[in-house]
Ligand binder design. Structure first.
Ligand code: NDP
Length: 263
């Protein structure tokens, strides 16, 4: 029996155990997926091996720590320095990022996305910005503090803090901050958000399982919006494929994982 886990702080809200266990149980794969509350990101690697894990997911705020913990990082995660999926490969910790492709899957239903504003500058924002750039999408980033913006400058994004923000029009605005995750905070001052919402076609939040105060604003303004559930499904399917080393069919994984959203 293989053991998998999700690491985060907070982690009790995570639906990942339900999603992955739904796949393992219903496709008869001998594995179990649990959750691990981790305060100190520098303890990720030793905790992973102490628990005897075959693989793991990593959520807020440890995705950059996960990148640093890896013996080897593969694929898109190397570009962004952010890891959300860990695999134990013969005692070595291998890191991947499935968030960005998960988000691209989630916004397939939105037409003609050429210009995006990202709220937040953390690990998820980095992954999304780099992925959008690969699609030649114009990207702006606004964050409450300046410290993390240099990554986005290097990617050739427009970058702002709340004080320096210059409004433009956008096809999509996506909240990648954790504001609204375990509180009722907005990701930026309300007046600023009002002007941004007047100038976008679509809104997305990467937080799932609740109508965040940000999505509530979009709802009140009659703007088409979606929460992070489809992104969660998209990244989960890709992570599960890595966990089972592609021994299960992607379509079967997706079906069983999607079913867990109804539970
Ligand atoms: P990080 O800790 O790396 O970054 C958090 C970002 O949020 C930073 O830019 C931080 O700003 C900003 N922030 C935090 N609190 C506030 C606040 N009260 N007001 C304004 N800005 C704030 O987090 P991650 O990028 O790893 O995760 C962010 C969110 O994305 C989480 O809610 C996570 O659950 C969700 N997520 C969902 C996924 C899905 O599948 N649906 C996948 C991945 C993530 P500063 O730099 O100033 O500190």
């Amino acid at each position: 029996m293989q053991l998998f886990s999700i690491f985060g702080n907070p982690v009790s809200h995570s639906r990942s155990p339900l999603m992955h266990n739904s796949v393992f149980k219903n496709l008869n794969y001998p594995a179990c997926y649990t959750r691990t509350h981790l305060e100190d990101g520098t303890k990720l690697k030793e905790t992973f091996f102490a628990l005897g894990l075959s693989g793991a997911n990593v959520t807020v705020p440890h995705k950059e720590a996960a990148f640093n913990a890896c013996d080897e990082v593969r694929g898109f995660a190397k570009t962004v320095g952010v890891v959300n999926t860990l695999i134990n490969e013969n005692g070595k910790l291998i890191g991947y990022n499935t968030d960005a492709d998960g988000f691209m899957y989630a916004i397939e239903e939105f037409d003609n996305i050429k210009k995006i504003l990202i709220l937040g500058a953390g690990g998820t924002a980095k992954a999304l910005a780099a992925r959008f750039k690969q699609e030649k999408i114009e990207v702006s980033v606004i964050n409450r503090s300046e410290g993390r913006l240099s990554f986005f400058d290097d990617l050739d994004c427009q970058t702002y803090t709340w004080d320096t923000f210059k409004l433009s029009s956008y096809d999509l605005v996506v909240n990648t901050t954790s504001a609204g995750l375990k509180d009722e905070e907005l990701p930026a001052p309300k007046e600023l958000l009002f002007s941004i919402l007047k100038n976008t076609n679509y809104i997305a939040d990467v937080i799932y399982g609740k109508l965040t105060p940000f999505l509530q604003l979009a709802h009140d303004k009659n703007i088409t919006y979606k929460d992070g559930a489809d992104m969660l499904l998209g990244q989960g399917v890709l992570a599960n494929e890595l966990f089972v080393k592609s021994t299960l069919k992607k379509e079967d994984i997706k079906k069983k994982m999607a079913h867990s959203f109804l539970l």
